[in-house]
Design a protein around this ligand. Structure first.
Ligand code: MRU
Length: 367
């Protein structure tokens, strides 16, 4: 994809493994957009904390970080028998799984790593350690191809809506971009594909919802779009109705953290508001979902666990002084679920899914 941007992608790629394989190297997303700083995670506590505190975040990136994290931890084990190795591995895997509950990619990636251990009980431990690094790398590389496929499908939808001489208005929520994945993002992949296919940056205009309370849209997506040269505007989440009413938005792309069998999709808090408003104004609303985000175990909205976070994120984060009286409670769900009836289509790497989502997922072999 777009050669000129490769330097940027390589610099901010969410998760890297150094050649000595001694630690996981992540860009600390809590410091962006002011500081591009990479940090080192060596211990299970450091990996857990980085996921919990959103230093690494975005469903696919969390999965990649956990996978490399398990490979790095396993490489440190001094166990001499498979039984001891496997016991230590499963304990660390359970520990990392307790960091955040909503993004199914975390559990999907940890289970994939766990399977490598379970299925290779007779392999020499040194070889098994190498196998784990290979699996983590495969998870990361597959995610890059997944973004490319999602980008192609999303771009076709963009082309269908583009009017000559007018930039296509795209709205997105939170960050489902490079920082949230292995390279091109999910919700941003169609924009990068458009550049690849010859669109000029000014052929589109990306409206990034600020995304209260942790500002992933403002701090991360607007930062990525800006670095890519794509004209970008940031608006508060509460402005989505007037923005859509103004006629500036032709299409909405969002990411997701867990999609149930029936198409109900959990994503960053505020996504369902956007979908409800989009339906009102008749604006197509697409969820970009790698099949690793589709949870065959979840029947519908009721099976998706929602993370609740520290109310201080609302009351005092970003402010010089707290903006809510100390005695007042804060309500801070980190995700909401957009029910399938509000979703125009779900873009997976295997195809665009519309209509009866469950049937279509099955047809594509997703579950
Ligand atoms: O709490 P976050 O920042 O991890 O939430 C992330 C999102 O909601 C993303 O939209 C989602 O993980 C998809 S990333 C491709």
């Amino acid at each position: 994809m777009i050669k000129e941007l490769q330097g940027f992608f390589d610099r901010v790629i969410s998760v890297k493994l150094p050649e000595n394989r001694e630690y996981v190297d992540i860009i600390d997303q809590t410091l962006l957009p002011n500081e591009e700083k990479r940090i080192v995670l060596r211990t299970r506590e450091e990996i857990w904390e980085a996921i919990k505190k959103l230093r690494v975040r975005g469903a696919p990136a969390i999965g990649v970080c956990a996978a490399y994290g398990m490979a790095v931890l396993a490489n440190q084990y001094s166990a001499e028998t498979y039984e001891d190795f496997s016991k230590a591995f499963m304990a660390d895997k359970d520990y990392l799984a307790s960091s955040r509950p909503t993004a199914v990619n975390l559990f999907w990636a940890l289970d994939r790593m766990g399977k490598v251990v379970e299925e290779n009980s007779s392999m020499p431990l040194d070889q098994l350690k190498d196998r784990l690094f290979d699996e983590a790398k495969a998870i990361q590389e597959e995610d890059i191809q997944i973004s490319r496929n999602i980008g192609e499908i999303g771009f076709q939808l963009m082309e269908g809506l583009k009017k000559p001489g007018q930039p296509l208005g795209i709205e997105t929520h939170c960050n489902a971009g490079t920082l949230a994945t292995a390279m091109y993002g999910t919700a941003t992949a169609p924009m990068y594909t458009a550049l690849d296919k010859g669109w000029k940056p000014e052929d589109m205009h990306v409206y990034c919802d600020e995304t209260r309370p942790l500002l992933q849209g403002a701090r991360l997506t607007a930062y990525e779009m800006n670095k890519s040269g794509i004209p970008t505007t940031v608006e508060c989440d509460s402005m989505c109705s007037i923005l859509m009413q103004s006629g500036k938005i032709q299409i909405i792309f969002v990411g997701c953290d867990r999609v149930a069998r029936n198409g109900d999709a959990a994503n960053k808090i505020g996504t369902s508001t956007l979908a409800i408003v989009a339906k009102h104004y008749n604006i197509p609303f697409y969820v970009c979902a790698p099949s690793s985000t589709i949870d065959p175990e979840a029947k519908d909205i009721h099976d998706i666990p929602i993370e609740f976070r520290d109310p201080e994120e609302i009351k005092s984060e970003w402010y010089a002084k707290p903006m809510v009286p100390a005695e007042v409670e804060g309500y801070n769900p980190a995700f909401d679920v957009t029910t399938h009836d509000l979703i125009t289509g779900i873009i997976t790497e295997k195809g665009l899914v519309t209509g009866d989502f469950e049937k279509e997922f099955q047809r594509l072999g997703i579950f």
